[in-house]
Design a protein around this ligand. Structure first.
Ligand SMILES: NC(=O)c1ccc[n+]([C@@H]2O[C@H](COP(=O)([O-])OP(=O)(O)OC[C@H]3O[C@@H](n4cnc5c(N)ncnc54)[C@H](OP(=O)(O)O)[C@@H]3O)[C@@H](O)[C@H]2O)c1
Length: 289
């Protein structure tokens, strides 16, 4: 690929992609709101035509899972219509599009501990998951050169669970974290590399793209504290208990949303590390700053 166009370039994944492309000496243009609003087809088309890229990576999204429950219209506007616009523009310019999606397209029950494959039936339970699934569908309908890349529990340069936990540990001796939701924490470093590697293959389709290994949010929090040398104690609770403690209704999240990177594996480009190794690197880098 000669030139990438990145939407949502101020977000966690957008920043890491820009960094890696810089390091690789690959040309790219990155935009975010207000210069680029993916929900506006005409202005997006004009801007993207001007930049004349060879591929669009759609990292822009409404990612606040609980926020999507209370602002459903905006969630579908960004996550469905925005994605549809990017696919239509890519098709018009005859270039591929990468649509980044989520483990929350799955119901997360009754797999008996078997990780989800790309071919497994989807059944999102939250507005976020539903809007992202619609995004996937619209991208597939409108582009014949689409890569759908589902990731999970993402952290990088931006707001995320790791930073929230570290901040809480500054003035809390213990924190309450759910332990009945299991998944794979994923570093943007691993994900950006996977997207760049995939972008040149021409093997359009759906891909699961998460770090290897499995844990609950409570395990994840404990590992964050261990690696950062914090003494804060993790108090594990169920999702139900958490909702009572938080005193608010939160979006329904999958209990088990582990994804197997089966299609990346088939292509021979599954370079994701174990989640604990990627987390070590992330925390070490945070502590150096
Ligand atoms: N974060 C996770 O745990 C997670 C898990 C699974 C999948 N994913 C998916 O991975 C992708 C990247 O996630 P991320 O964590 O990097 O997200 P992020 O940090 O929230 O970044 C998304 C970026 O998109 C921007 N944006 C929102 N609406 C826009 C619009 N209409 N036009 C242009 N830009 C817009 C946001 O700006 P504002 O901040 O100003 O709104 C933000 O800068 C997303 O597709 C997300 O759904 C994320």
């Amino acid at each position: 690929m000669n030139k990438f166009f990145i939407t949502g370039s101020n977000g966690q994944l957008g920043r890491e992609l820009s960094k890696q492309l810089d390091e690789l000496g690959i040309d790219y243009a990155g935009y975010d709101v207000p210069e680029l609003d993916i929900t506006n087809y005409e202005s997006s088309l004009q801007l993207i035509k001007q930049e004349n890229p060879d591929i669009i990576i759609n990292c822009a999204a409404m990612t606040n899972v609980d926020g999507c429950e209370t602002n459903e219209e905006q969630a579908f506007l960004v996550n469905e219509t925005g994605a549809e616009n990017m696919a239509k523009i890519a098709n018009e310019l005859d270039i591929p599009v990468v649509q980044v999606s989520t483990d929350y397209v799955f119901e997360g029950e009754n797999t008996n501990g078997r990780p989800y494959l790309e071919s497994d039936e989807v059944n999102p339970q939250s507005v976020y998951g539903k809007s992202k699934l619609q995004g996937e569908n619209k991208v597939k309908e409108n582009s014949d050169k689409a890569y759908i890349v589902r990731t999970a529990w993402l952290y990088g340069d931006g707001h995320n669970f790791v930073k929230t936990m570290l901040k809480l540990s500054d003035n809390h001796d213990e924190v309450t974290v759910v332990d009945d939701q299991v998944g794979s924490p994923t570093s943007t470093v691993d994900l950006a590399k996977a997207i760049i590697d995939l972008s040149d293959t021409g093997a359009y389709g759906t891909y699961h793209a998460t770090c290897e290994g499995v844990c609950s949010w409570a395990d994840f929090a404990q590992e964050i504290f261990n690696k950062a040398g914090k003494q804060t104690k993790v108090v594990p609770v169920t999702s139900e208990q958490y909702e009572q403690i938080a005193g608010k209704t939160v979006a329904k999240r999958p209990h088990y949303s582990v994804l197997e990177n089966a299609n990346l594996e088939k292509l021979g480009i599954n370079s994701f590390r174990n989640w604990e190794d990627s987390l070590t690197e992330y925390i070490d880098n945070l502590q150096e700053v």
